[in-house]
Design a protein around this ligand. Structure first.
Ligand code: NAP
Length: 306
């Protein structure tokens, strides 16, 4: 942001806000979902909550996707994941395998239909089925709309919205064949509210809201739940891309901490990617068997301070 070097809150106050109605609905739905846990259902931290499950994650070379791929593998799932940065993809794969997990990185760009189709097919071929998918890949361009190029708009829309459509399109047939499962999408608090410069991003995430609701209706009868995990500000590369030039690491860390205090009224800090990963695992778990067609806002109480 142009004035950020002189701004004590370089990312601007409340650049991510969540809608109260959406958050309330999500919370109520979660509350109403009767826990189906039994002695035979391994719980959090058991190390085998997702044993026997095949999980696919898009955009897991960094950030929330990376943390989620690691968390699913730690809980016994076989994980196929993509992203474009091959070095990082291989690194995440090695990290999971070094911890005795099972994961395979496959380079794929969610904007390219043939690559999404072959990515899903490769995961199914490698691990024999597909039960859970997290459509997480996303980008953010921060610019007022009159300065945004058509290419930047299209890139945001093609990654964040069309990429999710392509994911669902190719994931549904194998999940159906498996007898059902869960499709998660990483939405955003910006599904519900925006800030200056987030026109393309907010529109793309608003599209996710509609996709998730429609897909839940299309595939409920197939025993497929579809849910958006909608983070508030989370400390990842997406945030670091907004780092002003010429500041030190310590200044940037202090700026992010200040942002959390100023904008996240309840918990007063940004989320860690691992906290979004923990939510993704919870949303995919059989305990939340009645949760579908909605967005679960995970924003540290940002909307509570509206
Ligand atoms: N961080 C936040 O504050 C925040 C808040 C709300 C929602 N979110 C959402 O969270 C999701 C993950 O973002 P993050 O915060 O974890 O940021 P990140 O660290 O930048 O991760 C973004 C991931 O998406 C992948 N990706 C981007 N374009 C892709 C493409 N065309 N094909 C395949 N993969 C692609 C990136 O991999 P490659 O670059 O290797 O392709 C990377 O793995 C995004 O959907 C984002 O909108 C983030």
């Amino acid at each position: 942001m142009s004035s950020s070097e002189h701004d004590p809150h370089p990312m601007g106050r409340r650049f991510l806000l969540a809608g109260a109605a959406a958050g309330t609905a999500a919370a109520a739905t979660t509350f109403l979902a009767a826990p189906a846990a039994t002695a035979a259902t391994p719980g959090p931290g058991s190390g085998r909550r997702f044993a026997g499950k095949v999980v696919l994650v898009t955009g897991a070379t960094s950030g929330i996707g990376r943390a989620t791929a690691i968390a699913f593998a730690r809980e016994g799932a076989k994980v196929g994941f993509c992203g474009r940065r091959e070095n990082l993809g291989r690194q995440v794969e090695r990290e999971i395998r070094a911890a005795a997990g099972e994961a395979t990185y496959i380079r794929a760009d969610v904007r390219v239909p043939a690559q999404m189709e072959s990515f899903v097919a490769a995961v199914v071929k490698k691990y024999g089925a597909l039960h859970i998918a997290l459509n997480n890949a996303g980008v953010q361009t921060v610019k007022p709309l009159h300065e945004m190029t058509v290419e930047e708009w299209d890139d945001t829309a093609h990654t964040n919205t069309r990429g999710v459509f392509l994911g669902i399109k190719y994931q549904v047939p194998p999940i159906r064949r498996a007898g059902g499962g869960v499709i998660l999408v990483t939405g955003s608090a910006n599904e519900f509210a925006s800030r200056p410069g987030l026109g393309a991003y907010s529109a793309s995430k608003g599209g996710v809201t509609g996709l998730v609701r429609a897909a839940a209706l299309d595939y409920g009868a197939d025993n497929i739940r579809v849910v958006a995990l909608s983070p508030g500000t989370t400390d990842t590369g997406l945030v670091d891309a907004r780092r002003p030039p010429n500041i030190t690491d310590a200044q940037w860390a202090a700026g992010k901490a200040q942002f959390g205090r100023d904008n996240v009224d309840a918990l007063r800090r940004m989320a860690r990617p691992e906290e979004m990963a923990a939510t993704a695992l919870a949303l995919a778990s059989p305990e939340l068997s009645f949760l579908t067609g909605t967005s679960v806002v995970v924003d540290g109480g940002m909307l509570a301070g509206l």
